[in-house]
Structure formats: C-alpha cells, structure tokens
Design a protein around this ligand. Structure first.
Ligand SMILES: Nc1nc2c(ncn2[C@@H]2O[C@H](COP(=O)(O)OP(=O)(O)OP(=O)(O)O)[C@@H](O)[C@H]2O)c(=O)[nH]1
Ligand SMILES: [Mg+2]
Length: 247
C-alpha cells in the first residue's frame, strides 16, 4: 500500500494468483467489462496466442470519495492496481516479482477434478514465495475462488462448501468466462484487504472511512447498484466478516 496523506491518495495492490489456465486473466477481463467506464483504466494484458500470460496483466481502477455526500475536505482518491501472475510453472521468477508488495491475494483455483493437484502445487508455490519475502500466508488477506463452475467434471458444490467451512480463507465460486462470481470474489478480496490495512494503519480514523463505508463507496463507483452485503454473502465459507463466519 502507498499512502500519500498530502494528496489524500491510497494505492492498493491486489494480485490474482493460481495455476496455469485457471482463469486469472479471464477474471480481470470480466472485471474490466463490469466496472464503470469512469472508474477503470486501460486493461494491460501480455499473452501469447494460446491464452498464456507471459509476464502479467494489470487493471488500474480509480475512484474518489468526495462526491459521495462526504465533505470535500475528506475526499480521498483510491487507486487499485489489480495484477495477474503467469501460472505456468516456468514463470516462477515473474510470479515472485508480481507478488512483491501485494496487499491482498485472490487465489483462482480450477474446479475441474483433473486440476486438483495443480491447484495444490500452486497454493504451495504461493506460500513458499510469500515466505521467501518474509511474509506468512496466514497474515496476507487471501480469498479463494473456485472458477470454471460451468464446466463438466468439476468438484461438487457440497465438496467446495465443506472445504470452505474447514478453512479460514473466504471461498467464492465463479464462472469467469460468463462474468459470474467475478465481482463477488473481487469485493471479498477488497473488503478483507481494506479491513487488514485499516487494522494496521488506522485508515478509518486517518481517512474518515470505515471498512463498510469504503466498500459501499467502491461498489457504487465500480458500477454495482444493489446491496453490497449480497456481494459478500456469496462467500460459501471461511471467515470474511470480522464478526464471524461468512455465512
Ligand atoms: N468454461 C470456462 N472456461 C474458462 C473459465 N475461465 C477461464 N476459462 C478459459 O480457460 C482458458 C484459460 O483462461 P485464462 O484466464 O487465460 O487463464 P490464466 O489463469 O490467466 O492462465 P495463465 O496466464 O497461463 O496463468 C481460456 O480459454 C478461458 O476462456 C470459466 O469460468 N469457464
Ligand atoms: Mg493469464
């Protein structure tokens, strides 16, 4: 996170991690489509013709708090930089580079039975890379998304829910290619990350924005008109809200 008090500007880095072809780039493309024009920057993707990310993708999102009925003196600029890592095993050093300084991580798992081992290997890779950076995976805001729910031969909903109940990380399901579950996962990650940054840096009191207010503001600015609670309620397990389990 970069916090510029003078300019009242916060920059947050979010990273989509996971095995090759799990749908990280597709999540970012869907998010780019969902988000309002005024809040999104140019989506940068660098890939080969067979859908493989070579270096990384990056989507910048920006919004201001001033117009949402807040006094102008409290106006804040939020910059979110959302990255994807290249999932292929050979790009290990690029993954480490992109992961550096991440404020929050979305782990995009592939729901297909055949990908269970690749998911596990990538999760260990994430843990090890964080460890090398002197960070524990337990301390990093992390959500897990089971993507490709529309495909045949995927793990059953009940199995994923059971898995989610056991773990601490909030779990979401998605079909990124259809745009389903994309915003829910993103907001789960944003909420978790903002809550952690608030605890560490007392952002709420410094900036005059509680996590709930921040999320509502972000949702409006990014184009979600409905109830923000319903986005978070899509979480199938794990701990998302400070007050208890995520449903
Ligand atoms: N059916 C289905 N296909 C998906 C879904 N999400 C992604 N795909 C497809 O899976 C392939 C890989 O998706 P990408 O988003 O490029 O995967 P990635 O995780 O960025 O892969 P790397 O960059 O190699 O790490 C593409 O052909 C996508 O269209 C989904 O929810 N359902
Ligand atoms: Mg990719």
């Amino acid at each position: 996170m970069q916090l510029n008090f003078a300019a009242r500007e916060v920059t947050i880095k979010l990273v989509y991690y996971g095995p090759a072809l799990s749908g990280k780039t597709t999540n970012l493309k869907s998010l780019h489509q969902i988000v309002k024009d005024e809040s999104r920057g140019r989506l940068m993707t660098l890939e080969t013709k067979d859908d493989r990310t070579l270096f990384f993708d990056m989507l910048p999102l920006t919004f201001k708090s001033g117009e949402e009925g807040m006094p102008a003196a409290n106006a804040m600029s939020m910059r979110l930089k959302v990255f994807t890592v290249p999932g292929q095993v050979l790009h290990a050093s690029t993954r480490r580079l992109v992961l550096q300084g991440a404020d929050g991580v979305a782990f995009i798992a592939d729901s297909q039975h055949a990908q269970t081992e690749n998911n596990a290997a990538s999760f260990l890779d994430l843990r090890d890379n964080l460890k090398e950076m002197g960070r524990s995976i337990k301390d990093v805001p992390l959500i897990i998304q089971f993507n490709k729910r529309d495909m045949p031969n995927v793990r059953k909903d009940a199995e994923i829910e059971q898995l989610a109940q056991k773990g601490k990380e909030p779990v979401f399901t998605a079909s990124a290619v259809k745009g389903e579950g994309v915003l829910e996962s993103f907001f789960g990650l944003l909420y978790l990350t903002w809550t952690k940054l608030d605890e560490e840096h007392q952002l709420a009191s410094k900036l005059g924005l509680r996590p709930e207010q921040f999320l509502t503001l972000a949702a409006r600015k990014l184009g979600h008109q409905g109830d923000v609670g319903s986005l978070l309620a899509a979480c199938v397990g794990g701990r998302l809200l400070r007050t208890g389990k995520g449903r």
